[in-house]
Write a protein that binds this ligand. Structure first.
Ligand code: EPS
Length: 352
């Protein structure tokens, strides 16, 4: 099982949703970054469950304990171990599906690949694992901001067929949906309420933007910046699609429209999403991630059990009607992990 991400700034996560704790080990972190446990609160709270009726009602504190790699408030260069204890797992919700395969869930592939499956809360396949990506991302974001002035921010850019009619970054952080247009909030709340009451789920997308990225990050052949971002984002639970810049819209465009003209004071547009030839252009890096409607549903469905007998599956418990609503900070973290790794690789080969 590959549980490690990154070449120089590498993050290894461990733990299951209903185990005693989840955690990560970050290796290759530069020394001298000031970090304390409170630094993690803001981003972990943006990701966590139970903040509104629109997400899972599991209530976790999600407070990080720093076990190693930080001395007198600064990183030492040693491996940084972070831990979050699970405090509100309710494993009995899963008793009924202990031997059943949820259609559309990793239950099927985990069981076939490993022959054994931690069915409690999805085990390692749970979105709970993303907590540690966000925690590691906090350190990467801090270093990127201090060294390069890079700022990374995400928002929900689609729920079902509903799209934002305008983009107001201030509004994004002021609502339960990380949605950039306040005038649409009632419509979104009604959509999510109806989905939840039906026992169903709905898909969505997140757009994440990194600004202040210097020109030159990324490797041109096998570690293209866009390839690394696609890998990072597709590694998030429930992610099914990734676009950079105009993405699939580019298929319908002509080259004269798509190319970003260059004046002596910079680019005149950003169809490329801030990456050319696998290397950052210095413009905003724009990445959109599509999330499927999650598969733990109260609507009965036909499936099989672990003995391959046909059964009906109903999932009880505290699930997210739209996983994209909690994903902006996760996408930000993955963007930060990629950019941090790329910045350190660039420094190793080319210097500052
Ligand atoms: C999840 C199912 C729910 C969510 C969980 C993700 O967990 P459980 O049924 O174990 O309460 O609450 O999300 C988190 C706990 C989290 O911290 O993100 C799933 O099936 O992925």
């Amino acid at each position: 099982m590959s549980n490690t991400f990154g070449r120089i700034f590498s993050v290894t996560t461990f733990g299951e949703s209903h185990g005693p704790a989840i955690g990560c080990v970050i290796d290759g972190c530069p020394p001298g970054i000031s970090i304390d446990e409170d630094d993690f609160i803001h981003d972990l709270d943006r990701r966590k469950t139970g903040k509104s009726r629109h997400t899972s009602q599991r209530h976790e504190g999600d407070r990080v304990e720093i076990l190693s790699g930080v001395f007198e408030g600064v990183t030492t260069g040693a491996p940084i171990a972070l831990l979050i204890r699970n405090e509100d797992a309710r494993s009995k919700d899963y008793t009924d599906i202990a031997d059943k395969i949820r259609p559309g869930h990793a239950d099927y592939t985990y069981l076939h690949k490993y022959g054994v499956r931690d069915y409690r809360g999805g085990g390692r396949a749970s979105a709970r694992e993303t907590t540690m990506r966000v925690a590691a991302g906090v350190i990467a974001k801090k270093w990127l901001a201090q060294h390069h002035g890079i700022r990374i921010q995400g928002y929900v850019s689609q729920i079902g067929s509903l799209k934002p009619t305008s983009l107001d970054w201030v509004a994004v952080e002021r609502n339960d949906f990380f949605w950039p247009n306040e005038s649409q909030h009632d419509e979104i709340a009604a959509l999510i309420d109806a989905t939840r009451k039906a026992g169903d789920s709905i898909g969505g997308s997140v757009t994440v933007v990194a600004s202040g990225v210097p020109v030159g990050l990324g490797q041109p052949i096998y570690h293209k910046l866009d390839a690394q971002l696609a890998s990072a984002m597709m590694g998030i639970n429930a992610a099914k699609a990734v676009e950079i810049g105009d993405g699939f819209d580019a298929v319908e465009q002509g080259g004269d429209f798509h190319r970003d003209l260059i004046a002596n004071d910079g680019f005149e547009s950003n169809h490329a999403g801030g990456i050319l030839g696998g290397i950052s252009t210095g413009q905003d890096i724009v990445c959109r991630v599509g999330f499927k409607p999650a598969s733990s549903l109260r609507i009965p469905a036909k499936s099989v059990n672990t003995s391959n007998e046909e059964v009906e599956v109903v999932t009880k418990g505290r699930h997210d009607p739209c996983v994209a609503l909690r994903a902006p900070v996760i996408c930000e973290a993955m963007m930060a992990l990629v950019l941090m790794d790329m910045a350190l690789l660039h420094r190793a080969q080319c210097g500052e």
